[in-house]
Design a protein around this ligand. Sequence first.
Ligand code: FE
Length: 352
Amino acid sequence: MPEAITPLIRAPWRRRSRAGAWALAALGLISTGVQARAEDTSIGVYSGRHYNSDQKLYQQFTTQTGIQVKLLEAKDDSLIERLRQEGKNTPADVLVLVDAARLERATSLDLLQPARSATLLRTIPPNLRDSKGRWVALTRRVRVVLVNPALVKATSIRTYGDLANPALKGKVCLRDRKSVYNQSLVASQLLLRGEAQTQSWLKAMTSNVTQPYFSSDIPLIRALAKGQCGVGLVNTYYLARLLNGEAGPADRALARKLQVVFPKPAHVNISGAGITRYAKNPQGALKLIEFLASPVGGKGYAEANHEYPLKGFGDDPILKGMGRFQADGLSAEQLGSRNRDAVKLMEANGWL
Ligand code: FE
């Protein structure tokens, strides 16, 4: 998922304003009763995810509920900014974001409101939702160690800490510090191992890095496969896309040279959603989130991007081929709350 703040609006739309609808009513084109229903039967969704299969799921939701989904897909950070600027005038009822740190940022900016839903409380494990009910996770993604077995023995890596081994000098490829995925990984280590240990891990691991630092996971995977380095950190879905041939046969051949190591325990991140603070249709918004968290919706959302469902390992054959992982069990909310500390520590210890 790209992370720069560049609006990339795929499906621009504008909710018909109340004033506009009233004007139509005044012209006798629609009745005010119909207007009230139109407001109830559509929701605006701002989503940082951009996969075609997501749209199929929204259509399925519309068929089931009669609620139209008006979708705006853009980069996560630009959606947060947009929502903040629009304030009460936002047409968005639901905000979908990738990464716990971004969901936490949305709550710290007071952009989301609590959902009151027994269904969500029942379905979503407590560590995968906000304690105040402002967002819930919908999918899980795992950041793993990827190994080129021609250069590094996969059995030599069992934890993220092992990337600090001096034997890996010049053999580690990393994505840059701006990557929220890496920030959340460091936050997880802060929570599990404390500041002193995380600091020495970072110092030693960054001294093993062969530059350049990468700006996304895919070129890092290619560099690994070409032997530029022997180990790297990536989200499994990027490798899965390449293994699935989504970027063509050359990338598939490269991806096949690599081996996944799930560190024990593995860092698990999420994509998730919440109802916006100024939603015009909070009930409709909740229905969509409940749908996406249901077995059907959750499976569809996960499989759209080769991610894991909230429970279990899913049915994606490519992910299954990578094996199983033992999740660190940390709360996604805590990951977000340690984001700032993580970034500071990365900065102070050589993560460019
Ligand atoms: Fe991504």
